[in-house]
Every structure is written in structure tokens, then in C-alpha cells.
Design a protein around this ligand. Structure first.
Ligand code: 13P
Ligand code: SF4
Length: 365
């Protein structure tokens, strides 16, 4: 039986070391033709096989710059789509499990966003007054929508710069799908909370009055990351009562209340770098995904740094967690055998305007 034909169930039954050794062998066989990218939320058993790791911005830059024929993206679907949009047509992007989506990205779709645009257009002149901006955690057709309507993409790293750019184009921003990143970014630029309204896509006209729409500077989509909603301000209060000298650092997908109580707020890469550059003996409470926090805990305990997880319950990105070593192995061994599995492809008519919106982001960040 060809190796490529081995089913996931069979591979899953193998000892961990055997799987890891076969992944390494497949990578050696593919050499420079392959690059493996992994997001910081990937489990260690996958993360350790990556050629490059990063947050969404860093990985998209890495994908855009690679010459490799094959890009295996250990992350979630929208990240692989971005890689496909930014690479040449002859480069092939794959993901070990096609079902590894992002539940927040799924909270906005083209039909709902197009309807919002139309309904906003009944109250204000959208083309003249609103810059559509999408978080990179969104499907390619929403990036294309932004590209076609003078809009832009952002990541958690460059949201501030993207908002500055957006307001330089038009007086209002429609931001989707993460209301929290939008609110946290807008507030830190000095926009009062009352000038940021939430568009509830399940309601006619987003549940807003014409006056609310006319007065708003930022229209926030009613979307969120369920992983980052597990963090609460009380957890910070309790921790700081116990360890008054501790530092608190959170991802901007966490709520406004959590971010306001945090000493630092930033992307996964920013969180890693901030803790890495802190003094030995420092104690940290971290509001982001569990796999990353556990890795930071292990990585820095030797330097005397204590890294604690903010939530009291397990809060993992279950979609990222779908990527496991047997699936990575299966995809790689298929590739060695000349079979491309789980390719992520964005249709040209969407890729072209989506790329425009991504290029606007790269230009400002
Ligand atoms: P980063 O770009 O900060 O890695 O965030 C991606 C993400 O999905 C966080 O939930
Ligand atoms: Fe999406 Fe949240 Fe997972 Fe990030 S942590 S990929 S926003 S579901």
C-alpha cells in the first residue's frame, strides 16, 4: 500500500515519535520545494515542525516572500487563503485540515455585509462616507469586497494604522467581523465609545436608527472570538490583588473592559516579544489562547518569569486544534507521492480585489 493512501485513523494509531520522525523525513524529501508555516496557537506537536512561525501579519509577509513551490499552512483557513492570494499562481497552498476555520470569521459573510452596505446606503452616502475595513480573520470574498469599495484589511498588529488610513479616506469606518478589535482600536485613537455603534446583522438596518448611523464614526460588526470572550476583568482584579507587581497582557480580541485593565495589548507576536524582553523574575497574566500561553510558560520559566493564563477554564482555539500531527503527516506524505491534498485556492475574480485590500494594508503597516 502506498504511504499516501494511509488513512488518518491508521496514522493516529502510531506512536507520537514515529509520526514526528516521518514528518521530518517527508520534509527532508521535499527540501526547498516546501515551506511549513505555523501560527502561534498551534499545538507544540505541530508547531515544532514549522519553518516559520508568527502572527497573522508576519505569516502573510512570509507567505508573500517565499519562493517555495508548496506552502503548508498550519493555521486556520483564512490564513491559508491570504497565502494563496499573495503567492504566484504556480505556488500551491495547503492546510492539513480544510475544516480548520475561524468561528469569528464565520460571523460575517458577503451576503450580510453587502446587505449592511445597501442598508447604510439608504441613510448615508456609503461610497463617499464609509471606508469598509475587514480584520484579516475573514473570508477572501470580504477582503475582495473591501478592495472593490476603496477599503482595506488589518491584522491585530496594524489595526491602528489601518484605522488612520481609513479615516484619511472617508469620515466613517465599517469594521468587520470583530467588534472588540474595532472598539479597542477606535478607543485608543480617542474615539468616544458612543461614536462606535454595533451593527447587529440579524436585525433590519443593523438594529440602528438613522440618527445613530449618521452620528457614528465607527460601525462595528456584531462578531467576536469566543476564545477571547473567556477573559473577564474580575480575573485581572483577583490576580493583581494576589500579585500586585504582576503585568497583564492581552490580545485586542478580548473585551474592552479586559483591554482597559491590561498593562499591554497586542498581537500574539507582540505578546511573545514583550514577555521575552521583560526582566527576569517578572510575573505575567496573559489573555490569549491556551496553547500559546502554555508555550510561553514553559519557554520562560527557566528565566524565572512566571506566565499565567487569564481564564479559569480551558480556552483553546478548537479550530486551530483540528490541525494535528497525523494530518500534517498525511498531507506531507501525499505531497512526496505527488498528490496535492487540501489545497486552498481563491478564485481569481476574488483574489485580485482582495490582494488590492491586502496591499493597501502592507503599504500602511
Ligand atoms: P494574531 O494576528 O495576533 O496572531 O491573531 C490571530 C488570531 O486569530 C487571534 O485570535
Ligand atoms: Fe478565530 Fe478566535 Fe481561533 Fe483566532 S482564536 S482563529 S479569532 S476562533
Amino acid at each position: 500500500m502506498a504511504v499516501a493512501a494511509q488513512a488518518i485513523a491508521e496514522l493516529t494509531a502510531l506512536p507520537d515519535d514515529a509520526i514526528a520522525e516521518r514528518i521530518r523525513a517527508a520534509k527532508r524529501a521535499l527540501g526547498d520545494r516546501l515551506v511549513v508555516l505555523a501560527h502561534h496557537y498551534q499545538r507544540n506537536e505541530v508547531y515544532r515542525h514549522a519553518d516559520f512561525t508568527g502572527d497573522s501579519l508576519k505569516l502573510s509577509r512570509q507567505a508573500a516572500g517565499t519562493e517555495a513551490e508548496y506552502i503548508m499552512f498550519c493555521g486556520v483557513h483564512f490564513m491559508a487563503e491570504v497565502a494563496d492570494i499573495l503567492t504566484r499562481p504556480d505556488q500551491i497552498v495547503m492546510i492539513p485540515d480544510l475544516a480548520a476555520g475561524c468561528s469569528m470569521a464565520d460571523m460575517a459573510n458577503l451576503a450580510n455585509v453587502a446587505r449592511a452596505w445597501r442598508e447604510l446606503g439608504e441613510v448615508i452616502d456609503v461610497e463617499a462616507d464609509v471606508t469598509p475595513a475587514t480584520y484579516i480573520n475573514s473570508a477572501a470574498d470580504l477582503k475582495a469586497f473591501c478592495g472593490s469599495h476603496g477599503g482595506i484589511v488589518c491584522t491585530s498588529t496594524n489595526a491602528r494604522k489601518v484605522f488612520d488610513w481609513s479615516f484619511a479616506q472617508r469620515p466613517k469606518v465599517l469594521f468587520f467581523p470583530d467588534q472588540h478589535l474595532g472598539r479597542n482600536t477606535g478607543y485608543r485613537m480617542g474615539i468616544p465609545l458612543e461614536q462606535m455603534v454595533v451593527w447587529d446583522y440579524t436585525q433590519p438596518r443593523g438594529g440602528l436608527t438613522p440618527e445613530q448611523i449618521r452620528d457614528a464614526r465607527v460601525i462595528l460588526w456584531k462578531g467576536h472570538c469566543s476564545v477571547h470572550q473567556m477573559f473577564h476583568p474580575e480575573q485581572i482584579d483577583e490576580f493583581l490583588a494576589k500579585y500586585p507587581d504582576a503585568q497583564v497582557i492581552s490580545h485586542p480580541e478580548a473585551s474592552f473592559e479586559v483591554c482597559e485593565k491590561s498593562h499591554y495589548v497586542g498581537s500574539t507576536e507582540y505578546i511573545i516579544n514583550t514577555i521575552a524582553n521583560s526582566a527576569p523574575g517578572t510575573r505575567w497574566l496573559v489573555g490569549t489562547e491556551l496553547n500559546l500561553v502554555n508555550r510561553l510558560h514553559e519557554q520562560f520559566k527557566g528565566e524565572g518569569k512566571a506566565v499565567h493564563f487569564m481564564a479559569t477554564t480551558i480556552s483553546m482555539c478548537s479550530t486551530m486544534f483540528r490541525i494535528n500531527p497525523p494530518q500534517l503527516l498525511r498531507a506531507l506524505e501525499n505531497l512526496v507521492d505527488g498528490n496535492i491534498v487540501n489545497q486552498v485556492r481563491v478564485a481569481a475574480h476574488e483574489a485580485q480585489p482582495a490582494r488590492l485590500a491586502l496591499e493597501r494594508m502592507f503599504a500602511v503597516s
